[in-house]
Design a protein around this ligand. Sequence first.
Ligand code: ASP
Length: 411
Amino acid sequence: MKSMKLTTKILIGLIAGIVVGLLLGGNPGVADSYIKPFGTLFLRMIKLIIVPLVLSSLVVGAASMGDVKKLGRIGGKTIAYYLITTAIAVIIGLILGNLIVPGAGLSIPVDATVQAQAAPKVVDTLLNIIPDNPLSSLVQGNMLQIIAFALFLGIGITLVGEKGKPFLSFFDSMAEVMYKITAVVMSYAPIGVFALITPVVAANGPTVLLPLAKVIAAVYIGCILHAAIMYSSMVKAFAKMNPITFFKGALPASTVAFSTCSSSGTLPVTLKCAQENLGVSESVSSFVLPLGATINMDGTALYQGVCALFVAQVYGLELSLAQQLTIVLTATLASIGTAGVPGAGFIMLTMVLQAVGLPLEGSVLIAGIDRVLDMARTSINVTGDISAAVVIAATENELSTPQDAKQTISA
Ligand code: ASP
């Protein structure tokens, strides 16, 4: 009940932020100097939890599986779910890009240049997941490396058995403390969300957004469709959960993601929603969600699909079916490599453009509106993570009925 109230407050904060942002449209400086700091404060408070939370929750998640076989099974399911939903997201993005034709009739002069993002070698990327110094990964906040380290610790604890228990208790206690801090920080979320959104809306008033309205529409419609089709059917099919219950339970995380544009930053809230609102067990959520915040980005992949088509259209280039399939592949991979921080998907977009030989300068057109697109895609990224947690928990019999689910009207 309490969490529902907070959800309402966060939503009010979001809407108030949009309204005040529009009112301050002509005067973004005011929003920047007087309102933004309150948002930055919120962002810093949730960021401070991330590294200790990912480490401790993932160690607990991996170790609490009990045996390495189960860990492998759940790991396999999780990765499969993430890859399939992401690929479908790109396809939705491409279909919308073909239907809406966001680049049609656009002749914005492109004069700036974008530096090519040299695609890193696959072998190096893979090797780089294993840290050679895990403490430095923690200090630098390298999420993939922290995940790898935590998984190793979890496996080690499992294999050691009795003697590993005190070590596990330590991480368990650390995770609990981090969850508690999250709850404290979340009570500030309505103000934080308000203060994060106001300056963005003030700076991106209608004049900035209108010329590229079709791109924005394509990305937003795509994100909504992906959630409405994919996540609804997945939670319904695997967990027999009413989609409305699902989206309601995920809402605080979706809104915080929308305003912070960071999946990693939202992770504490994501965990809270999955466990408290949707009844996902701690062991599944603390394994699936930190992983998802780092590698599962449906919204980002969808956005890259739309933007690649947009750039092709602006330059009057036709993309063949083979090229569009290349986009599905590269966007899926690029979204895995995208960090869960604001704007990361835009940097990876250049990689996708490069893969199909599109002019990188085209992404300059997107740069101006990227923040607005980032809000939608991050929100979907996080909602997708939660859908995975629900689905996987259901298949492992680790989904309990939360209080909220009682309202479910069986459809
Ligand atoms: N901001 C996104 C996220 O954190 C990543 C992106 O830029 O696409 O999920």
